[in-house]
Design a protein around this ligand. Structure first.
Ligand SMILES: [Zn+2]
Length: 125
């Protein structure tokens, strides 16, 4: 359950997301860590490439992505929400890994890796 509206809505085409999800690319959103509440079960954490991906222990659904155990924010898979419909992606990242037959929405900003950081008060994009 999320206690705040997600930000940083992206389609990630990186190879790690692709392989972890078994899908061409993955839609992510971010919220402050304190705003994520797991209401049932304990996600299974898989460390890989200095990051932590979490999966539902019951069905294997990819749920979370964390830079570290204590990162301020946590990313979650938009498609795992009960209602993903309000959360369309706002950009596409890691196009350098994109599969050639995936068609990008040209109206979205897209990046070969990630956008250069713009400084804001909270340090997020
Ligand atoms: Zn990715």
């Amino acid at each position: 359950m999320l206690k705040s509206r997600p930000f940083g809505l992206v389609d990630c085409h990186c190879i790690d997301c692709r392989r972890s999800a078994g899908a061409p690319y993955v839609q992510w959103g971010s919220v402050p860590r304190k705003d994520v509440v797991v209401t049932k079960g304990e996600p299974r954490k898989i460390p890989y490439a200095n990051r932590i991906r979490s999966f539902a222990a019951c069905c294997g659904t990819h749920l979370f992505f964390e830079d570290s155990e204590d990162s301020d924010t946590i990313d979650f898979t938009i498609a795992s929400l009960d209602d993903p419909t309000p959360f369309a992606p706002q950009k596409a990242i890691f196009l350098e890994d994109k599969l050639p037959w995936v068609v990008i929405d040209k109206s979205l900003p897209s990046y070969q890796t990630i956008p250069k950081k713009r400084l804001t008060t909270n340090g997020h994009e």
